[in-house]
Design a binder for this molecule. Structure first.
Ligand SMILES: *Cc1c(COP(=O)(O)O)cnc(C)c1O
Length: 406
């Protein structure tokens, strides 16, 4: 019987510890590595250029770092991938994937909604890519001879739409499919098992998991990841080894955190749906919100991010609601130990085309909640009192309101 996910998460990327005589990952902060043997260093350069491990000498930390390499091996193992590449942030990882795609063809097919930064990067034409935005069911008709990538996110940010990965892969044919699986983590979903070429994470979120590291990671077949590592080496978007250390440190508790947060999110989604102060709850665990039956087949559970729309769907009501929260932190980002909330229309999805925002239900009264490790009752109490406060208070000028509650 192969070891369970929980067991692998504890031991992944630690295979060399006994030989090294250590118990915690060594943090190697070297920017460069002495090269007295020039032939050996040259061989290392050549190995690294092919995406392989260096021959004994890492040469230079932009090319290879052993602390980062261990974190990459760990994530590759948890995703069931041959290899993985870590980047300075999720956006640096996405940029590398798109740049690689641009070198192989000009056309990318993408499904909205996506994380606001990804949407902006694709829509802003930064990489001179021709992007077709289509519904998930229309991918096959959008694919052309010069299509080099199909890009999806599931569950999608911020409305938790679930996309059927296997169906997308079928439609894409020979074109590689990249899945941003940040919201799911490998605890709940492993896109490569459904045929995706690449799985991508903003490791800033659940994988790091403690709100103290900015990181991105892509996992997939060796040859594809080697190209991404080459792009990383020549463009410089490497992950700092201290960040790699923190990322690796987060993995042994990943399953515990994700499952506990999911349990709490399920309770809060039910209570929010029953609240007269809430118009609509977006959570794939709610009845009717997983029409393709992907939970069970593609995902082991609905996760711990949910969104909801206030009855008064306005920026003013959102400000009143946010400023009444006492326990929950109003902040962008997600997947941390503490519960975070933010209005996507005003913040994370601000750069998205307004018509596309409206089509994805990203209205001013939509709040995205990333459920942390606090107790469900404490979180509900905070949400309930803030929701009640919004309903009671007459809409007043934000500045006055802030002053009066300071
Ligand atoms: C945050 C996020 C990103 C961007 O990652 P950074 O680490 O902030 O650069 C990409 N995709 C999703 C789904 C995200 O939530």
């Amino acid at each position: 019987m192969p070891p369970s996910f929980a067991t692998r998460a504890v031991h992944a990327g630690r295979a060399d510890f006994t030989d090294l005589g250590v118990h915690a990952p060594p943090l190697d902060l070297s920017s460069t590595y002495p090269t007295p043997d020039l032939a050996a260093a040259a061989a290392s350069y050549d190995a690294l250029a092919g995406g392989d491990a260096p021959r004994g000498n890492a040469v230079y930390s932009r090319l290879f770092n052993p602390t980062t390499d261990r974190a990459e091996r760990a994530i590759a193992e948890l995703e069931g991938a041959e290899d993985a590449a870590a980047f300075a942030s999720g956006m640096a990882a996405i940029a590398a994937v798109l740049l690689d795609a641009r070198q192989r063809g000009r056309h990318v097919v993408a499904v909205r909604p996506l994380y606001g930064g990804t949407d902006h990067l694709l829509a802003s034409n930064t990489f001179d890519l021709d992007v077709s935005w289509v519904a998930a069911a229309e991918i096959a008709t959008a694919v052309r001879a010069d299509t080099s990538l199909v890009y999806i996110e599931t569950p999608a940010n911020p409305t938790l739409d679930l996309v059927d990965i296997a169906d997308v892969v079928r439609q894409a044919g020979h074109v590689p499919v990249c899945v941003d699986s940040t919201f799911a983590t490998p605890v709940l979903q492993r896109p490569l098992a459904h045929g995706a070429a690449l799985v991508l994470h903003s490791a800033t979120k659940f994988l790091g998991g403690h709100g103290d590291v900015l990181a991105g990671v892509v996992a997939g077949p060796h040859a594809h990841i080697a190209r991404l590592k080459h792009l990383r080496a020549i463009t410089g978007g490497v992950l700092h080894p201290l960040a790699s250390y923190l990322l690796h440190r987060g993995l042994p508790t990943l399953e515990l955190r994700v499952l506990r947060m999911q349990q709490t999110a399920d309770i809060l989604a039910t209570r929010l749906a029953e609240s007269p102060r809430v118009q609509r709850v977006f959570y794939p665990g709610m009845p009717g919100q997983d029409p393709r039956g992907l939970i069970g087949r593609q995902m082991a559970g609905p996760g711990s991010i949910l969104s909801f729309t206030l009855v008064e769907d306005s920026a003013d009501a959102m400000q009143r609601f946010i400023s009444r929260l006492r326990l929950i932190t109003p902040a962008v980002s997600l997947g941390s130990t503490d519960t975070l909330i933010q209005p996507p229309a005003a913040l994370t999805h601000r750069a998205v085309d307004p018509a596309a925002r409206a089509a994805s239900h990203i209205t001013p009264g939509l709040a995205r909640l990333s459920v942390g490790l606090e107790s469900a009752d404490d979180l509900w109490q905070d949400l309930a009192q803030a929701l009640d406060g919004v309903a009671r208070a007459a809409p007043i000028h934000t500045g006055e309101m802030l002053a009066s509650t300071a």
